[in-house]
Write a protein that binds this ligand. Structure first.
Ligand code: SF4
Length: 1023
C-alpha cells in the first residue's frame, strides 16, 4: 500500500474514532490527548509496551510516546506526542509527528533505511554488503596503520604535540550525550585534534558570544519561560517553522498581552503570527541592533540600577584602546589579527578594574559605548539594512519598553545570526541590549539561542569540537606543555572580593576529567597523553576540509553527519572527500557524503576513497540522554530494537575502540599508552557499551574513600565507587573522576532511579509553577538551575525586580534562596551575579573576542555594496579566509543577495526527512523564493525552473514568486534578495535538486570560523 501524507492524515482521523492509539499525535489539544491517553491506560494493552522518548529533530525537546508490539514484528506500532510532557503537551510539529515513518518506513513499502553494512572498495563502482565483524576489523586496521604512520610526537618547532595528524572526524549531535562522551574519548585517545561536528556550523557563534557576554555559552532561559515575556523579539530565526512548538509558548505570552516582533528579510509564517514585522537585508543585523543601542542611550532608557551593579558599564578601559575609521587598535595587517591586550581594563592598586559609578569618565565603558553607537543613526541604519526608518522606530520603541524593572523582553535567534563573518558579534550586540535593559537572568528574558538539533547542546557540552574538552575547558596546546601551565591558563584570578570567579575551580574539574579518561594515571601523565594543538591553531570545520582538500588526511569519520551537503562550498567539500584513502560514514540513510563517489561530477573509476557505510539505530531504538536548547537533560528509552543490522552508535564506537586497542595490545605501535589506558571499563564491560555506566562516569564518582567535614563539625565518609552529588564535591587531589563537571549532579547513585535526567514529576511549588520551572521534570545543567544568571533578577537586598514573576526569594530565617537554584551562594548583595565571569559582571565591553570589544557593522564578505556609510572598512578585517579564495563584492555577475532558509517539513540537510513521503510531499524539491519585482526583472513566472549561479557553483530551483520578499533600498539603490532552502541533495529524491551550499563561500567568522552561509551573492536566470 502506498500512503501519502494526506492519506495518512485521513487515516489518522478515522483511526481516532476506532482505535485506542490513533489520531492524537498531530497538533492534539492537551486535554483531548490526555483523555485519549487515559482511555489507553484503562485498556492496559498487553500486546504492546509503551516507552517515552524525545524528538530527535530540533532542540525544543518534545516528548514522545512510543508503542512497540510485544509479539509479531516487535516493531513500533505508534509514535506520538507525550501529553504529559510539559514542553509540548502532546503536540508535535510535522517532523515530530512523522517519527513513526522515520523508524518504520511507509506501511506496505520497503523501509529505505540502511539495514546492512555497505562497502565500496577503492575505485569500485558499486556497493558490496559486508558483515559488521569484517567492516570493524578492517576499519580498526586502517586506523592503526594510518595513526602509526602519521603520529607526531613533536611539531615543526620541536614542541611536544602527541597527536595523530592523518585522521579527522565530524560528528555528531545525533548521538546521545553518553555516546558523545565515549566518542570524544575514543578520538582523543587516538590523538586526533581535527574533531568537529554540527555545532561548529550552526551555533558555535552563540557559545563564543554568550560566554564572552555572560560567562556561559548556552541558551539562558528555557522554552516554557518564553510565556513570561512582555516582548518577544524574534530576529535571526523563523521560529514558527524551525522550532514550531516554541510557538506554543510564544502564543501563551501573546495571549497575556506580550508584543511579538519579527525582524527578517522575508515575511514568513513567524511574521504572520507577530504584532510587528520589520524587513531587514541579510547580513545587516549589527546595524539594526546598533541603532537600538543608540536609541536606548540617547533617550536614557537603560535600567540604571541594573546597569551599574550588574554590568561592566562603569569599568575604565585602558589607554591603549581606540577605535578609528572602522578599526579597533592593535590590528596587525600581516597576520590579519588584533592584539587584544590593547583592549584591557585599567586596574586599581588591588588589581581590580577601576570604576566610575557616575558613568561620566570618557574612558568608562558606558561613555565609549555611547560614542561608538552614536554613529548608528536612523538614517545610517536604514541605509544599510533597507529597513524603513519608521519601522526601526516602531521596533525600538516596543522592545525598549522592557527596560523597566518589572518588565522582561526576550530574544529568540538561530542561524540568521550565527552564520555570518560577524556571527559572534551579532549575538554580542543583542547581549549588550539585554544587559542595558536589565533583561538577563530574569523570567521572560534572556538571549535565547534556538538550538536546531535534538542533542547539539549535549554534543557541544561533551566537546565534540577541536577547541574544547568536556566542561568548556580549552584544548591543551603547545603554549601549555605541562599540566601546571594548563592550570594557570584555566584558572583566572580576580581581586574583587565580590566576584565569585567560578572558573578558579577549574583545576578540580580538569584533574577529575583527566582521571575519568585515565583513572590509573597521575594527572600530569594523563595530560601528557592528551593531543595538543599548536598554540593558536585553528582546526575548525572550514580548516579541516581545506586541509582534506590539500590531501592532509588519510582517514575520515563522517558520523551522523552529511558534510557533502552541510558544508559551505559543497563542490570543494566533495572534491576533498576524493582525496581521502578511506572514510567511515555512519548514518540512518544513504546520503550525499557516503555516496559522494558516484555523485555529480565524480568518476567512480578514478576515485580512490574506500568507503564504509554503517547503518545506525534511530533515536527511538536506543537509550540515553539528550540535552535540549534550554539545557534540560532528558532521558530516552528504547522502544523497538534497531532495524535490520543497524546498531546504536555507542555500540559501534565501543566495539571499534576495543578492536583498535586489541591491535595495539598485540602489535604495539606509535604512542600506545593513551590507546591502551583509556578508561573503557567505566563505559562498558570491555565488549559492549553501557549507557548507564557512561552517564555515571560523566556525573563523577569517588576513586577512594574521602572524608568530608560537615558544617556541624561531624565527618561524612564518601565511599570509593560512590557517585559525587555535584561538582561542589570534585577534588584536585585525584580522589574523584568526573567526565564533565557541568553534568555533575545528574546521576547521583547506583540505580537508574538516581538518574535525574529520567525524572518525570510535574510537582512544583506555587512560586515555581507561577513561572513554569518544572524542577522535578528531567534535570538541567548546572545543578538543576532552570534560568542561568538568576541572581540578576533581584536587587542588592534580595528583592525581586519583578515580584509578579519572581525567580528567587531570599529566605532570611533559613538563610537560603527559594524558587530556582540560585546562581552562586551567599546572602543578597554578597556577590556579583555573573559568577562565571572573571569580574562577575555582564560584559557590555567584551575584550576577549577576536574582532573587537564592541560589535561593529561590517558587510558580509560577498555583498551588494562597495562602501560603508560611516566607516572606511567594508568587511570584517579579522574574518577567517583561505588563500586564493575570491569574494563577490558589488560584482555585476552576481547582483542578488541570497540566503539559505528552512521549512517545517524538512530538517538540516534533509538526510532524514527527504526519505519520508509524508514530509517530502509538502516540499518535494529545491525552490527559490523571489519577489514579484525580481521575477518581472528576470522574466520568470511562478513555478518555472531557474538557475542560480555564484562564484562557487550553480544550482537549479523552482521559482516561488511571492509577496513575502520585497526589494530593499540600500544606500539609495534597489537590492533584491532571494532565499533557497538548504534541505536538498542529489542522492534522494530523484529530481529533488542539490545542495544550497554549492553556491556558498568557505569564509568564516573571526572568532569561531562558522561559515557565512546566510548572506552571499548570486545571479538568478530563467532555465
Ligand atoms: S522538531 Fe522540534 S518542535 Fe518539532 S516535534 Fe521535534 S522537538 Fe518538537
Amino acid at each position: 500500500m502506498t500512503l501519502t501524507r494526506r492519506g495518512f492524515l485521513k487515516l489518522s482521523a478515522t483511526a481516532a474514532l476506532t482505535t485506542a492509539f490513533g489520531g492524537i499525535g498531530l497538533a492534539a489539544r492537551p486535554e483531548k490527548a490526555k483523555a485519549a491517553m487515559d482511555r489507553i491506560a484503562q485498556l492496559k494493552p498487553e500486546w504492546s509496551k509503551q516507552t517515552t522518548s524525545i524528538c530527535c529533530y530540533c532542540a525544543v525537546g518534545c516528548g514522545l510516546l512510543v508503542n512497540t508490539a510485544l509479539s509479531g514484528t516487535k516493531r513500533a506500532i505508534n509514535i506520538e506526542g507525550d501529553p504529559d510532557h510539559p514542553i509540548n503537551e502532546g503536540a508535535l510539529c510535522p517532523k515530530g509527528a512523522s517519527i513513526y515513518q522515520l523508524t518504520e518506513g511507509t506501511p506496505g513499502q520497503v523501509n529505505p533505511r540502511l539495514q546492512k553494512v555497505m562497502y565500496r572498495k577503492p575505485y569500485g563502482t558499486k556497493w558490496e554488503v559486508k558483515s559488521w565483524d569484517w567492516a570493524l576489523d578492517r576499519i580498526a586496521g586502517n586506523i592503526k596503520r594510518d595513526r602509526d604512520a602519521t603520529f607526531a610526537l613533536k611539531n615543526a618547532k620541536g614542541q611536544t604535540v602527541n597527536r595523530c595528524e592523518g585522521l579527522a572526524s565530524v560528528g555528531s549531535a545525533a548521538f546521545d550525550s553518553e555516546e558523545c562522551w565515549a566518542y570524544q574519548a575514543f578520538l582523543r585517545s587516538l590523538g586526533l585534534t581535527f574533531i568537529e561536528h554540527q555545532a561548529r556550523i550552526c551555533h558555535s557563534a552563540s557559545v563564543a558570544a554568550l560566554a564572552e557576554s555572560f560567562g556561559r555559552g548556552a541558551m539562558t532561559n528555557h522554552w516554557i519561560d518564553i510565556k513570561n515575556s512582555d516582548c518577544i523579539l524574534i530576529m535571526g530565526s523563523n521560529a514558527a517553522e524551525t522550532h514550531p512548538i516554541s510557538f506554543k509558548w510564544i502564543t501563551r505570552a501573546q495571549e497575556k498581552g506580550a508584543t511579538v516582533i519579527h525582524v527578517d528579510p522575508r515575511f514568513t509564517r513567524t511574521s504572520a503570527k507577530c504584532d510587528i514585522y520589520a524587513p531587514i537585508r541579510s547580513g545587516s543585523d549589527i546595524a539594526f541592533l546598533g541603532g537600538m543601542i543608540n536609541y536606548i542611550l540617547e533617550n536614557d532608557l537603560i535600567f540604571k540600577e541594573y546597569v551599574l551593579n550588574y554590568t561592566n558599564a562603569s569599568f575604565i578601559v585602558g589607554d591603549k584602546y581606540d577605535f578609528k575609521d572602522g578599526m579597533f587598535s592593535g590590528f596587525d595587517e600581516a597576520t590579519g589579527k588584533y592584539d587584544k591586550s590593547k583592549w584591557a581594563f585599567a586596574l586599581d592598586e588591588k588589581g581590580a578594574p577601576k570604576r566610575d559609578n557616575a558613568l561620566a569618565d570618557p574612558r568608562c565603558v558606558y561613555q565609549l559605548m555611547k560614542k561608538h553607537y552614536s554613529r548608528y543613526t536612523f538614517k545610517n541604519v536604514s541605509a544599510i539594512t533597507g529597513t524603513p526608518e519608521d519601522k526601526l522606530l516602531t521596533v525600538y520603541k516596543a522592545y525598549t519598553a522592557t527596560g523597566k524593572p518589572d518588565k522582561a523582553g526576550t530574544e529568540l535567534y538561530a542561524m540568521g545570526w550565527t552564520q555570518h563573518t560577524v556571527g559572534v558579534q551579532n549575538i554580542r550586540t543583542m547581549s549588550i541590549i539585554q544587559s542595558l535593559l536589565g533583561n538577563m537572568g530574569v523570567a521572560g528574558g534572556g538571549v535565547n539561542a534556538l538550538r536546531g538539533e535534538g542533542n547539539v547542546q549535549g554534543s557541544t557540552d561533551q566537546a565534540l569540537l577541536y577547541h574544547i574538552i568536556p566542561g568548556y575547558m580549552p584544548t591543551p596546546s603547545t603554549a601549555q606543555p605541562k599540566f601546571d601551565d594548563y592550570l594557570k591558563l584555566i584558572k583566572p584570578v580576580s581581586n574583587d572580593p565580590k566576584s565569585l570567579n567560578w572558573k578558579k575551580n577549574y583545576g578540580k574539574y580538569a584533574v577529575s576529567l583527566l582521571k575519568s579518561f585515565y583513572k590509573n594515571a597521575e594527572p600530569a601523565q594523563a595530560y601528557d597523553w592528551m593531543p595538543k594543538l599548536d598554540a593558536g591553531q585553528n582546526a575548525s570545520w572550514l580548516v579541516l576540509f581545506d586541509e582534506m582538500f590539500k590531501g592532509k588526511f588519510k582517514g575520515f569519520f563522517a558520523w551522523g553527519m552529511n558534510p557533502a551537503v552541510s558544508g559551505a562550498d559543497s563542490n570543494k567539500t566533495r572534491q576533498a572527500l576524493a582525496k581521502l584513502d578511506w572514510m567511515v560514514n555512519v548514518n540512518i540513510f544513504d546520503n550525499e557524503t557516503g555516496s559522494f563517489w558516484h555523485g555529480p561530477g565524480m568518476d567512480p573509476a578514478k576515485t580512490k576513497t574506500e568507503v564504509f557505510m554503517l547503518p545506525c539505530a534511530v533515536s527511538t531504538e536506543k537509550e540515553g540522554s539528550i540535552t535540549n536548547s534550554g539545557r534540560w537533560m532528558q532521558w530516552r528509552y528504547q522502544g523497538p530494537k534497531p532495524l535490520g543490522d543497524a546498531r546504536p552508535d555507542g555500540e559501534i564506537m565501543y566495539e571499534l575502540a576495543q578492536k583498535v586497542r586489541e591491535l595495539y595490545k598485540k602489535d604495539g605501535g606509535a604512542f600506545p599508552e593513551p590507546v591502551l589506558n583509556m578508561n573503557w571499563e567505566d563505559m562498558g564491560n570491555g565488549h559492549e557499551f553501557d549507557v548507564h555506566k557512561t552517564a555515571k562516569l560523566i556525573n563523577g564518582y569517588y576513586l577512594k574513600d574521602v572524608e568530608e567535614k560537615l558544617p556541624d563539625g561531624s565527618v561524612k565518609v564518601h565511599k570509593k565507587g560512590s557517585q559525587v552529588q555535584s561538582f561542589l564535591f570534585l577534588k584536585d587531589d585525584g580522589s574523584t573522576a568526573c567526565g564533565n563537571w557541568i553534568y555533575s549532579g545528574s546521576y547521583v547513585g547506583p540505580d537508574p532511579k538516581d538518574n535525574r535526567a529520567a525524572k518525570r514529576s510535574k510537582e512544583q511549588t506555587p512560586a515555581q509553577a507561577n513561572v513554569g520551572l518544572y524542577p522535578n521534570w528531567s534535570w538541567s545543567w548546572p545543578v538543576n538551575r532552570r534560568i542561568i544568571y538568576n541572581r540578576a533578577s533581584v536587587d542588592q537586598t534580595g528583592k525581586p525586580y519583578a515580584p509578579q514573576k519572581a525567580l528567587l526569594a531570599w529566605n532570611a530565617a533559613g538563610k537560603k534562596w527559594d524558587i530556582d537554584v540560585v546562581d552562586g551562594g551567599g546572602a543578597p548583595g554578597a556577590i556579583h551575579p555573573f559568577i562565571m565571569q572573571q569580574h562577575g559582571m555582564a560584559a557590555l565591553f567584551g575584550p576577549g573576542l577576536n574582532d573587537g570589544p564592541f560589535p561593529e557593522h561590517y558587510e558580509p564578505m560577498n555583498c551588494p555594496v562597495s562602501s560603508h556609510p560611516f566607516s572606511k572598512v567594508l568587511n570584517n578585517p579579522a574574518a577567517v579566509k583561505f588563500k586564493g579564495d575570491k569574494y563577490d563584492v558589488c560584482d555585476p555577475r552576481f547582483p542578488f543577495v541570497c540566503s539559505t532558509i528552512r521549512v517545517a517539513e524538512h530538517w538540516q540537510t534533509g538526510l532524514m526527512t527527504r526519505w519520508q513521503p509524508w514530509l517530502l510531499e509538502a516540499h518535494p524539491q529545491m525552490f527559490c523564493e523571489m519577489s514579484e519585482e525580481l521575477a518581472k526583472l528576470r522574466g520568470v513566472k511562478n513555478g518555472e525552473k531557474v538557475i542560480l549561479e555564484s562564484g562557487r557553483g550553480t544550482n537549479w530551483a523552482i521559482a516561488i514568486v511571492t509577496k513575502r520578499l520585497k526589494p530593499f533600498i540600500v544606500q539609495g539603490n534597489t537590492v533584491h534578495q532571494v532565499c533557497i532552502p538548504w534541505h536538498f541533495g542529489w542522492r534522494f529524491p530523484k529530481d529533488g535538486g542539490d545542495a544550497a551550499n554549492l553556491l556558498t563561500s568557505a569564509v568564516g567568522d573571526a572568532n569561531t570560523s562558522i561559515p557565512e552561509t546566510k548572506a552571499f551573492m548570486v545571479n538568478v536566470r530563467k532555465a
